[in-house]
Design a protein around this ligand. Structure first.
Ligand SMILES: O=C(O)CCC(=O)C(=O)O
Length: 334
């Protein structure tokens, strides 16, 4: 993929005022850029929801936080469903329950506390309801257009770190996992299910990196081990400014799949919860990842499919085709 240039060069003038206005919506711990420029947008589509300033912010930074988008009532409902999944009272075809690499080995921790993530809940209506919440979908449309597929669903239950720093999520680009394009018509919605800040491992983003290219990802060489499929960007400029997203319960961040992001260690005693869905325009098309940086993730997905379901001869795109669901409009390519 070619590196793309930002729609404009950052300028000093508007930076402070736009940043200050955004700060009233979300507390940030780093620097983001926000120049004033003629609207020549490529990461957002014309719509009657986002203000020009919000569009400019996403174009420039690759993410946008919307305060208080999901009600506490809905979040409490999703939390209860998650607890029932942990107790094995609820299950669904294709749903994957993942365990923390360090905690799962510990015989002293009750079973459900080892669960770090419930993934691919597209067949569990009680959780999938999140993906079709109208207030989320209306924002998603500003990035994908009207034909919307949910492609990847997760409820992340970041556990208290067991001392091995395995609760961290390495810095990565979500596009590494996706064999479909174009990247600009894919967006993630990630909702905080409680207050999330640096103490319990908030999201960390590198603003503006969505304008770059997809990089090589591998397992990071972490002493305490790393969770399954948690690949990290092999090399990125460590001097790039980082922004820690402090979010309140119900706040939702929308971000681009090339944005480099990760999350920190959970230093509290509680389980930090967030629910998320990656959406793509159904006009997106599948690509063959052979010969690309994504070959390693394809290999891992194929090995897992063989181990878990005895399925042979699948491609990365087959796995995605099976879990994509139409949320709005018409199913075209995906
Ligand atoms: O919720 C988190 O800790 C990070 C999630 C994330 O970046 C991902 O799953 O791609």
């Amino acid at each position: 993929m070619q590196a793309r240039s930002p729609t404009t060069a950052p300028g000093g003038g508007g930076r402070l005022s736009v940043l200050q206005r955004h700060l009233t919506a979300v507390p940030l711990s780093g620097q983001v850029s926000s120049a004033t420029y003629a609207p020549n947008f490529c990461y957002t589509l014309d719509n009657d929801l986002l203000t020009t300033e919000q569009r400019q912010f996403y174009e420039e930074n690759g993410f946008l936080v919307i305060k208080n988008l999901v009600s506490h009532k809905d979040i409490d409902k999703f939390r209860e469903v998650f607890e029932r999944v942990c107790k094995k009272e609820l299950t669904a075809p294709g749903m994957v329950v993942m365990r923390d690499v360090a905690i799962a080995k510990s015989e002293f921790v009750p079973d459900q506390k080892a669960i770090t993530k419930v993934q691919d809940f597209q067949e569990l209506p009680e959780l999938f309801e999140y993906c079709s919440l109208p207030q989320i979908v209306q924002y998603v449309k500003c990035f994908t257009g009207p034909n919307i597929m949910s492609m990847h669903t997760m409820l992340i239950n970041k556990p208290p770190d067991a001392g091995k720093k395995t609760s961290r999520h390495p810095m990565h680009q979500d596009l590494h996992y996706f064999p479909f394009r174009p990247a600009d018509r894919i967006v993630c919605a990630w909702t905080a299910m409680e207050r999330i800040d640096r103490s319990n491992g908030c999201l960390v983003v590198l603003p503006g990196t969505h304008t770059g290219e997809l990089k090589q990802h591998d397992y990071p060489e972490w002493e305490g081990g790393v969770n399954k499929m948690y690949h990290g960007v092999r090399d990125y400029d460590p001097s790039l400014p980082r922004v820690h997203l402090t979010m309140e319960k119900g706040d939702t961040v929308f971000f681009h799949p090339i944005l480099i992001h990760g999350s920190g260690m959970n230093r509290t005693a509680g389980f930090r919860k967030a629910i998320s869905c990656h959406y793509a325009s159904s006009d997106c098309y599948y690509i063959d990842v052979k010969g690309t940086t994504q070959e390693n993730i394809e290999k891992e997905v194929i090995e897992l499919a063989l181990k878990r379901y005895g399925v042979e001869e699948i491609l990365l795109k087959d796995a995605w085709m099976a879990k994509g669901r139409l949320v709005q409009g018409e199913r075209i390519n995906l």
